[in-house]
Design a protein around this ligand. Structure first.
Ligand code: S3P
Length: 438
């Protein structure tokens, strides 16, 4: 499915975004192994989380889902059942990495598969430490399919992670739930801590000190009843749209502002964004606020702080777009992890932006982007939801129509994005504009 987007004026708006993807995955995973039923509202029924939901149905967990309401009837730490067929996790790196940790410690064998993009993403980063814990995992040269053998004795681990990754950390935390004694996981930079917050809320003995997480094997996990906040990473696209649109303002309600997720706010404030947070509160253990955004004149900056980068890891595609709109030059270094996402995001963004006339230089671990106008033209999303949404935003202030190829995957994280953008005033259509009335 291709999308055509015309330069557009945005209307002053007040909206909310769908539930947080990372927290929705964890609601299903931790809920499934809790002792009793957990209820969540604000669940993200995007394709990634639905793949995780299906995985647990295949492992005998009773789950009721109606729109954004989710009830997970937990079976306890040892209650999962062997799936009779391979578990297909679609496009979701979070699902495959977290489930591998969990399944390494079960009594039964499992096989995990995924789509073409997931099948080339690196899994050695979880296989290596999980093997140290006693897991037995067979892969295809470090990639899917993964065959996870059951009935292994899982030991605790003390592990210094070589890369900043919440997926790796959470995978090890899940395996640690089955290991006698204390596991210690040390990260090179702080990454999103939704697993730690949820486990703590479920009464698990877990202590976090800056980059060190210590966890003890729990007797059981207590069920939860929480509301999931709006996904800050989805909100980032709307924030960016209103920053670059002329004379417009946006209020975003109920957005998760967990400090391990909002590096993007720090970065855009440094670029001159007019943005403020109000109505601070919490949904369960997750902080939430309303975000007020206004059209702003942005200026180019340098981004190379690894701590800040890992707090904004999913927001770089849209930051690339903002950098082209910003006065002067933006230099970004140290983002090589982006090459291992749903697509090689440095490459996907650079190819598309160059096609649209942006002056930039791709580097091994970053990019230099010069203030440029986006011309019209064709770009490929490379099947990557965040690349597709970034180009929709880029088109708002472009000179001419932009055609974005292959936007179906937007549904993995932001179902309803296209209709929401339309309601904000963006002229877009899934048919060629000559055939439709924009
Ligand atoms: C996620 C962790 C991040 C992020 C992804 C979601 C999670 O991946 O990019 O969208 O929910 O744990 P890495 O752990 O690979 O950085």
């Amino acid at each position: 499915m291709d999308l055509y987007v015309l330069p557009s004026k945005l209307k002053d708006s007040e909206v909310s975004v769908p539930g947080d993807k990372s927290i929705s995955h964890r609601a299903l995973i931790f809920g499934a192994i809790a002792e009793g039923s957990s209820s969540f509202t604000g669940f993200l029924s995007g394709n990634d989380c639905l793949a995780t939901l299906k995985a647990f149905l295949m492992m005998g967990v009773n789950i009721e889902q109606s729109d954004t309401n989710l009830t997970v009837h937990g079976v306890g730490l040892m209650g999962l059942k062997k799936s009779i067929s391979p578990i297909d996790l679609g496009n979701s790196g979070t699902a495959v990495r977290l489930l591998t940790g969990l399944l390494s410690a079960q009594k039964f064998d499992s096989e995990l598969i995924g789509d073409a993009s997931l099948s080339i993403r690196p899994m050695e980063r979880i296989i290596k430490p999980l093997k140290k814990m006693g897991a037995e995992i067979k892969s295809s040269s470090g990639c899917l399919p993964l065959k996870i053998l059951g009935n292994k004795h899982i030991s605790s681990i003390s592990y210094k992670m070589p890369m900043a990754s919440a997926q790796v950390k959470s995978s090890l935390l899940l395996a640690s739930l089955y290991a006698e004694g204390e596991s210690i996981i040390i990260e090179p930079s702080v990454t999103r801590d939704h697993s730690e917050r949820m486990l703590k809320a479920m009464n698990c003995s877990i202590r976090c000190n800056n980059k060190k997480v210590r966890i003890l094997q729990p007797m059981k996990l207590q069920p939860l009843d929480i509301r999931i906040p709006g996904d800050f990473s989805s909100a980032a696209f709307l924030i960016a749209a209103f920053l670059i649109a002329k004379k417009s303002s946006l209020i975003l309600r109920d957005v998760g502002i967990n400090p391990t997720r909002i590096g993007f706010l720090t970065i855009i404030k440094n670029m001159g964004a007019q943005i403020k947070l109000e109505n601070y509160r919490s949904f369960g253990d997750e902080p939430v606020a309303d975000i007020y955004v206004q059209s702003s004149c942005l200026k180019g900056i340098e981004i190379d702080d690894s701590e800040l980068i890992s707090l904004a890891i999913d927001e770089f595609p849209i930051l690339f777009v903002l950098a082209a709109y910003a006065e002067g030059m933006t230099r970004i270094n140290g983002i090589d992890e982006l090459r291992h996402k749903e697509s090689d995001r440095i490459k996907s963004m650079c190819i598309g932006m160059k096609n649209l006339g942006v002056s930039l230089k791709e580097k091994k671990d970053g990019v230099v982007i010069e203030n440029s106008e986006f011309m019209g033209g064709d770009v490929d999303s490379f099947g990557d939801h965040r690349v597709a949404m970034s180009f929709v935003v880029a088109a708002i202030g472009a000179k001419d129509k932009i055609k974005i190829k292959d936007v179906k995957n937007i549904d993995t994280s932001f179902p309803g994005f296209i209709d929401l953008m339309k309601s904000l005033g963006v002229s877009l259509s899934i048919d060629a504009p000559s055939k439709v009335n924009f």
